[in-house]
Design a protein around this ligand. Structure first.
Ligand code: P6P
Length: 333
């Protein structure tokens, strides 16, 4: 059996492809992997040590905060406040950007992250995930600024997620392919398990919360209706799969193909999902794997963010499926 490729060996082996790589970027990825292991340890025995249940606090999204949310948020901050890799960071759990403490070195990157997405599923032991997005700072010096965090997705230097499920996987791209690593808890290493992931050009699964059907605009409803018609020649109907945990629904879409939609509706006209630390990183991964990601009318990666917690509609998955959804949503079909 070929020797296992650890995440650190993989990062170092690809470092030469980034001219001027100073090792800081490699260190940043290694720190994300370490944070993932720390969070995974807590997630894996959440049901045993009464970590489940709410803290009673409410986060900036107005959502009840589960203890694991707080733990993951704090684990990410602790991991990055001191090593001098970042000049600031932004989290779903914090209204404003999170500064690097006075007296600690500032780095040239920023990190946007959703520490534990899908947290409403924690008590049901459904897969949950961490999503992260890395940019180079734009400001010249000193503490990072909100503008450093609010860059278009096309400027990301790295995007990825951690999926805490039957096994713990770290999937990321630095622009040169999408690669998946599976945690071997016996040695505490992420081992390369999915090199150069490619999403099928068209799939046969759609994933959306159909409970919102009557809130959707006409084009969205007609698109989903089409996927449910019976037409063997067109490989219809598609299968419906919805976990309600973004990282899990996206990971399945990335591996199997098809489409995930959290479209705009009359209740959430700007959509529900967050641009900076949900839609944009997943969009970079999907495009680098050969797929597409859209609001239904524009490419996710080209949106200029106007707020740290800006919401966007998200239509993401196989290129042909996303293109077809866009035609229906735009009334062209
Ligand atoms: P709904 C989980 O709360 C989350 O933020 C995403 O992980 C998921 O895709 C979405 O919300 C589910 O939303 O409205 O279907 O429950």
């Amino acid at each position: 059996m070929a020797e296992a490729m650890t995440l650190n060996r993989f990062i170092l082996s690809t470092e030469h492809r980034h001219p001027g790589a100073t090792g800081e970027f490699s260190a940043l990825l290694s720190h994300i992997a370490l944070a993932a292991k720390v969070i995974q340890r807590e997630v894996s025995h959440a049901g045993l040590v009464d970590v489940l249940g709410a803290t009673g606090a409410v986060n900036v999204q107005g959502e009840e905060v589960k203890k694991l949310d707080v733990f993951a948020h704090e684990a990410m901050i602790r991991m990055f406040q001191y090593p001098g890799l970042l000049c600031t960071m932004a989290s779903e759990e914090e209204k404003d950007i999170i500064p690097i403490p006075e007296g600690f070195p500032l780095g040239k990157y920023i990190l946007n992250f959703d520490p534990l997405d899908g947290s409403s599923n924690i008590d049901a032991n459904v897969n949950i995930g961490t999503i992260f997005s890395v940019h180079r700072r734009r400001s010249q010096s000193g503490p990072g600024t909100p503008e450093d965090c609010m860059q278009p997705g096309t400027e990301q230097v790295c995007a990825g997620y951690v999926l805490y499920g039957t096994s713990t996987m770290l999937v990321f791209t630095t622009g040169d392919g999408v690669h998946g690593f599976t945690l071997d808890p016996s040695v505490g290493e992420f081992l390369l398990s999915h090199q150069d992931i490619r999403i099928p050009k068209r799939g046969s699964i759609y994933s959306t919360n159909e409970g919102n059907y009557h809130l959707w605009p006409d084009g969205t409803r007609r698109y989903i209706d089409r996927l449910k018609t019976i037409d063997k020649a067109k490989n219809l109907p598609y299968k419906a799969r919805y976990i309600g945990s973004l990282v899990a629904d996206f990971h399945r879409t990335l591996l199997y193909g098809g489409i995930f939609l959290y479209p705009a509706d009359s209740k959430s006209p700007k959509g529900k999902l967050r641009l900076l630390y949900e839609a944009a990183p997943l969009a970079m991964i999907c495009e680098r794997a050969g797929g597409a990601a859209s609001t239904g009318s524009e490419r996710i990666l080209e949106i200029q963010p106007e707020g740290l917690h800006q919401r966007v509609p998200l239509i993401i998955g196989s290129a042909d499926d996303v293109a077809e959804a866009e035609r229906y949503i735009q009334g062209k079909e």
